[in-house]
Structure formats: structure tokens, C-alpha cells
Design a protein around this ligand. Sequence first.
Ligand SMILES: Cc1cc2nc3c(=O)[nH]c(=O)nc-3n(C[C@H](O)[C@H](O)[C@H](O)COP(=O)(O)OP(=O)(O)OC[C@H]3O[C@@H](n4cnc5c(N)ncnc54)[C@H](O)[C@@H]3O)c2cc1C
Ligand code: SF4
Length: 330
Amino acid sequence: MRNNVIKKKFPIVFGVRNKDEAVLKQSTSGGFFTAVSDLFLENGDSVCGVVFSEDYEAIHVLTNEKKARDKMRGAKYVQSSLGNIFEGIERLLADNKKVLFIGTPCQVVGLKNYICQKKINEINLFTIDIICHGVPSPAVFREHIRFIEQKYGKIINYSFRDKEVGWRGQNVTIKTNQGRVPQKIAKSYSNLYFNSLIIRPSCHKCQFSTLKRKGDITIGDFWRINEENSKFNDNKGVSEVLINSEKGLALFEMCKEKLEHFKVSSQSYIQPNMLCPTEKHFATEWFWHRYLLEGFTRYRSIWCKLKLKTVISKIRRKLCKVMGFEKVGN
Ligand SMILES: Cc1cc2nc3c(=O)[nH]c(=O)nc-3n(C[C@H](O)[C@H](O)[C@H](O)COP(=O)(O)OP(=O)(O)OC[C@H]3O[C@@H](n4cnc5c(N)ncnc54)[C@H](O)[C@@H]3O)c2cc1C
Ligand code: SF4
């Protein structure tokens, strides 16, 4: 007898956002994570994601409560500590419980390898990997936190991507017991992160910066939404969601009623970090030399010099191009 089963072609890509405006506002992009994790929590199952501890360490935790899950919302641009979380997941799976894990692609692969080594059936394990620009070492973030607290008081809230000035604004909000930290200082760490000055050397060689994703689902910010569906381009935030497996598809089908969504038909979802690792900033060595000498206390001076270096480098490149030189140095 012929096998008539038609194999689905993955990834199936969607643009999505949560219908709940309050959830959307608290989420980094389109609030897909809340919709999918609700499925698990409403069934008494567990979700594993990243929260800030009391002293602002990014840590992976396991929970079956919405209050703890809500703290996972918000991207934390620093390497999270996994601690012994894989053992906790192993115990739940061995007990036939369902678990949703979200993390960077290398963390997803690490977990899958661990579960495979332990010879545990992974049928109840569901994984989401994030599109990943890279992670800085927790030591740099710790120093940034220490600098802020010494100058502005005890931090009571830290948001890398609050939507006060819209999703694309990349606004950083840090509130302390003495008030709000000025935006220029609040952004000091994320400026270094987004300019790829502080991400780990291994991230510049990342083998997971590819279209072959490791999670059942991949999520990220749908930055090129305007090319695909201008109706969603209202600066409230929209996620791109890549369905990579039958398991991922089943989850999407179950949570889609909480989402406004549409199928993506072009390549507009493909981001640089899905093709190759993040390139090192040309002034990385210079930055580290200055930073190790002066730290965050001299951030403003380092940052201004860095911006000047960048402008000079761009002018040099343009001049070299005009003059027809092939190889352009920095
Ligand atoms: C370090 C990092 C780099 C990223 N790089 C890109 C990128 O280059 N392009 C892009 O489109 N999107 C990137 N993202 C993903 C994006 O910022 C959003 O997190 C994603 O779109 C989810 O949107 P949401 O509204 O559903 O998430 P939210 O509801 O805000 O949830 C965020 C989720 O991310 C998880 N998370 C938070 N911090 C970390 C961390 N340090 N390590 C692992 N998991 C974490 C949380 O557990 C939570 O599940 C990155 C995220 C992180 C954390
Ligand atoms: S860039 Fe690659 S190696 Fe670095 S955290 Fe992301 S997935 Fe891991």
C-alpha cells in the first residue's frame, strides 16, 4: 500500500501578536511567549525561562505559576545561569510531566543532549529557541548594576526594552528607590551590547546562527514587518514565529486563538543572525583596553571616543572606495 502522508515543509512562519494589550505592552516583541506558556500553566505543567534574581542575575527557573512566569517576560541581554535546571527538567520528564523550555539555541541544544544522554523520552519536552544576537558575560552586567546602584540607589526595576516610546525605541528603563536613572546612563550597557562590543568571543563563532533551527519553535522580533504586513507595523511590537516541527505546530494551533496572526510568504523574517554569527565591532580590542582600565565610571568618555572612531572609520572607508582601493582597513 502506498504511503499517502504528505510531509510538511518546515519552517512554517507566522507574524503574531498577543490580542491582550496589557500582555503585549509587557512583552519584548509580540507576546507570543505568554500565549504559548499559558497552555502549559493552565494544564498544571511547567515552564522554564529566564528571570532576574533579587540581585539582578539572569537565571533560568522552572515554574507552574503565572506570577513567576510573568517575570520571565522581557529579554535580558546577558548570559543566563542554568544552575542545575536540567536536572529539574529531567525529573519532571521522567515523571511523565510536560515541560516548555525557552532559551538561546545553544541552551536548547545543551538541554536536548542532556536529556538524550540520560536516556529519557523527550516526547513531553517542548523547546523554543530565540533568534540570538549573542550574550555578554554576566561579569560585565554585574559591574554595570554595581555602578548604577552606587550612584543612583537600589534598583527596583530594570527593563531592557520597555515600550514607552514604542517597540522600535529600544528604551531602557531602570528605576531605583531614589527615582529613575537618566536614559543616557540607563542605556550605557545596552549601547555596548547592541554595538557588539561586549558579547562573548564564542558568540562571534556561533554554529547556531543558521536557518536550521534547533527548537520546536523559534521566536524573535519581526523587524521587517513593513515588507510583509503594514497593518501590524504600528510600533506596538510583533513577533516572528518559526514553526520547526510537528510538536511546534501542535502548540501553535492550540494557542493561536489568543493571537492576531498571519502566515509569512516572503523571506522578510530572515535576520542576519539566522545566516551568520554577529561580527565583532572593529574597535573591540580598543574598547576592552579602555574598559579594563576605567570601567563603567568612565563610560561617557569611552562612548564618545568610540563614536568618533566609528565616524572616522566610515569616512576612511568611503574615501578608500572613491579612490578605488580594494582592501580597506579600519
Ligand atoms: C540575549 C538575547 C538576544 C536576542 N537577539 C535577538 C535578535 O538578534 N533578533 C531577534 O529578532 N530577537 C532577538 N531576541 C529575542 C527577542 O528580543 C524577544 O525575546 C523575542 O522576540 C520574544 O518575544 P516575546 O514578546 O514573545 O517575549 P517576552 O514575553 O518578552 O519573553 C522573553 C523570553 O525570552 C526569554 N529570555 C529572556 N532573557 C533571556 C536570556 N538571557 N537567555 C535566554 N532566554 C531569555 C524569557 O525566558 C522569555 O521567555 C533576543 C533575546 C535575547 C534574550
Ligand atoms: S550567539 Fe550562539 S553561542 Fe552565543 S548565546 Fe546565542 S546561540 Fe549561544
